[in-house]
Design a protein around this ligand. Sequence first.
Ligand code: AMP
Ligand code: MG
Length: 540
Amino acid sequence: MTPNPSRDSLDTLTFDNRFVRQLPADPEPRNFRRQVSGACYSRVMPTKVTAPELVAFSKEAARLIGLDEATCRSDIFTQVFTGNLILPGMDPFAMCYGGHQFGNWAGQLGDGRAINLGEVVDKDSGRWILQLKGAGPTPYSRTADGLAVLRSSIREFLCSEAMFHLGVPTTRALSLTLTGEPVERDMFYDGHPKEEPGAVVCRMAPSFTRFGNFQILSAREETDLLKHLMTYTVKTDFPHLNPDAKDIWEIWFREICHRTMEMVTHWMRVGFVHGVMNTDNMSILGQTIDYGPYGWLEDYDPRWTPNTTDASGRRYAFGNQPQIALWNLGQLANAILPVVGHADPLQSALDDTINTYSVAYKRMMAEKLGFETFEGVNDDTIINGLLALFQMAETDYTIFFRRLARLDTDALENSGDGVENRVREFLTPALYRPEQADDLYLEKMARWFKIYGLRLQEDALDADERIKRMNRVNPKYVLRNYLAQTAIEKAEAGDYSMVWELLDLIRHPYDTQKGKEAFAEKRPEWARHKPGCSMLSCSS
Ligand code: AMP
Ligand code: MG
């Protein structure tokens, strides 16, 4: 901590709180749980905490709003971003939204433990809403406490930044602090509550508006307010669109569809499973938001979900994500329909989205395989053939594709009788159960590699260029579930070094980093069924 903290740098933050200025507020100033109608938000102050302590901050996120590292290490920064100190210009509020949870309409949800401090306008990077998660109850807290624990806060903090550096649209994380106060959680809802350290993450995004913000107004038939929020959103969050265009709602909805599916395509590329794709967790900007029981694919399994709450239905499993995103877009279309007036343009946008996603997914998979372009049916067969082979032996998705760039298909081709041994050698670092690589599997894999090799020969790209391109889309390092869990266990024991180490690692996910090989290896067996590594609940 800086001994004599100066407020200079934080005082340079310029606030322009457009959301509260331009949209109607809940007139009730008191902070108690309730249904809030006729308003987009409620003003609410964060709850003060006794012993705030900085765990980590993201210097890249800080830079976006003009804060340097010294400021982030100052006492005042910790005070502000645990909610103990409100800076001049801040006007804290919680948003009102609803949502479909696991396919069912859940009514009003809202920012139950998120408090927006204010909107910073940076001359270079634009508009950033600063939002504390875990800073105490709001009118939308329902039966919960408005708090967050260290384990889930580390996961959100690290993953937001990891996703950013991977090139996946996401909200950002500025800081991670401890409140100094315990929070009770029953991690697996099985009657074993435990006290855990309370924590706050400060998130940043140009907008935290979700599909659910529109849904709640529509469900309440507050059509004028719905239109007001839609107009506000177009003008503020989609400033490149012409709000006066005749078919503005269709144009806007098409862009939301496009951005949402682009985000999901990235998830499929890097092996990210969100875990709770409820419509209240869908950003209108197509950014990944609300990092809860998310996970990173280890062995390629489209049916895998990290979320134990979803284990029976697998609604939000890896392979279902595109379809669920579309379903959620359909719910958004229903919500805005009373203002749009006609279903046809929305339906046709949804229909087109199915096709454009399919093309985008194939193009993305072709890039992972190192093809210059996706070449139709033949490449479809290659992609589907590979994914089917992954079902025969547990294969680490990240390691397989990263290694693929290094595969010498000519040498494989010329290895004659020894080809299956070479295939085994190539695959072993990615195989969770090497014994599954039996003769039949190796024979099929060898055949797939042969076809793949021929396809590469036909491609216009030379090998060096291909390898370079593959290494730009196939990460070497992702935030493996067991790595985050190991950092959490150390942090809970008071050692934050691995949080910083992982934060550093994920800054350059596509570069081979000296001394960091262990972080690129497959999940160790001890983590296969360990809570926090393979099983997560919504408790956070
Ligand atoms: P989630 O599944 O985390 O997206 O949360 C669904 C809803 O529950 C949102 O309205 C959250 O704000 C709210 N919520 C989740 N956890 C808490 C908590 N500890 N306190 C208050 N509200 C919460
Ligand atoms: Mg949420």
